[in-house]
Design a protein around this ligand. Structure first.
Ligand code: IYR
Length: 224
């Protein structure tokens, strides 16, 4: 469609034969299937350039009206990490100690989670993904973004895959409620914490729960 105000540019994404597509999709699936959430990190440093590339990859995600309604807080400061840990543990103690239902606690049992969040201190980097619910216009007028949770959710998925691709591990931690994070990081009113993601190398001889994933028949309803 011709649009003089916003001219479009040529786009020719790479294409493959059917056989190549089958091979590539299978290989990518097998690689993605290797990803595991890790709860025990090494304190080995990771260079900031790697983290920047990972975050730039996340920011290639599609978003409502291309507003890219996200901010990634990239934290390595030890004092700030320890403050975040203390605050997260305060909230999680209340959650595990009664705010979560017995069924929920039982569902988490195989994952070995608890109110303790040592990984916030140990992992070399913490990424706090923030949703930008609105932007500030002239005279601080609020300008709403669109499909913010959908957009930031997709970007977070891209982020996790970029972390895996770099050869690092992560955990999607969801302290609840999360308002303490925005406060501790001194974020503006238009931003809301979405996920707290420690990133780094796994601890030596790390173990993960023996989980299986749903089969295609369990997750796909076919309409052919
Ligand atoms: N937010 C808590 C509890 C928790 C909830 C779910 I759903 C998980 O998959 C894992 C943990 C925490 O992060 O520990």
């Amino acid at each position: 469609m011709k649009n003089d105000k916003h001219p479009n540019i040529e786009y020719s994404p790479e294409q493959y034969s059917e056989a190549e597509m089958l091979e590539r999709s299978e290989q990518f699936y097998n690689w993605a299937d290797e990803r595991r959430s890790v709860r025990h990190f090494s304190d080995k440093k990771v260079s900031i350039e790697i983290l920047k590339n990972i975050i730039l990859t996340a920011s290639t995600a599609p978003s409502g009206a291309h507003k890219q309604p996200w901010t990634f807080c990239l934290i390595s400061n030890a004092k700030l990490k320890s403050t975040l840990r203390e605050l997260a543990e305060q909230e999680e103690k209340k959650s595990y100690g009664g705010r979560m239902s017995d069924k929920w606690i039982e569902d988490l049992e195989p994952l070995g989670t608890s109110w303790q969040k040592e990984f916030i201190d140990v992992a070399p980097w913490i990424i706090v993904v923030m949703k930008r619910v609105y932007e500030f216009g002239e005279n601080d007028k609020k300008i709403n973004n669109y499909y913010v949770s959908e957009s930031v959710g997709i970007a977070s998925g891209f982020l996790l895959m970029a972390i895996q691709n770099a050869g690092l591990v992560a955990l999607t931690h969801t302290p609840s409620p999360m308002n303490f994070i925005a406060k501790a990081l001194n974020r503006p009113d238009n931003e809301r914490p979405f996920l707290l993601i420690p990133v780094g190398y796994p601890a030596k001889s790390v173990k993960v729960p023996d989980l299986t994933r749903k089969t295609s028949d369990e997750i796909i309803e076919y309409y052919q």
